[in-house]
Design a protein around this ligand. Sequence first.
Ligand code: CA
Length: 233
Amino acid sequence: MNSTTPSNKILIVEDEQDVVDMLTLNLKKAGGFVVSTAADGAAGLKKAREELPALIILDLMLPKMPGLEVCKVLKNDGATRHIPIIMLTAKAEEVDRIVGLEFGADDYVTKPFSPREIVLRIKAIMRRGKGEGAPDEKMTLGPITVDPARHHVTVDGKAVRLTTVEYKLLSMLMLRRGRVQSRDRLLNEVWGYESLIDTRTVDTHVRRLRKKLGKAADAIETVRGFGYRLLES
Ligand code: CA
């Protein structure tokens, strides 16, 4: 679409002006970010489609269209699916933030949050998006093939559409097939930072990844109380 869109543009969809100002100020201070804002869900969706930002910070409670709905629509659209979304939630919205991850949000931050924390997360996600440290050669295990050059995954030759996080998770497991990977390690390598989010996030993403892998889902073994392993078939 718009190929001149700067890859460092961050769209903030939030109706609380204080939060918008705080985020804008800190992102500008962090350097290298261009900030765009929308004050309700419908406007946020429109801007996301027009501007194709590098990342979206999406509040859950929004006028006109709730954040979850915006997230769902964006993650179901091939043109916007790849854009990482960080959801902003209040403490009481625990259930909703889990649902947010189910809908394809890449991460969530609970209000009140520190500016430093959110900037760290944004940087981690943007680094991740560039595929730093990713392998180059095609990897195959049973019916699953991962093509790092194209960020493409197939099961029995059929394309499987994965989010950035699901893709990274699968390629990490693939790269270390047969070896158990702890939730902490996956968190650190896939999400790019330590101990800022809880390990249930890993479980949620693995569950979604399994669902998408369909008949190949059993290749991912759960090692209870520890983590996951991709079984060599
Ligand atoms: Ca709000």
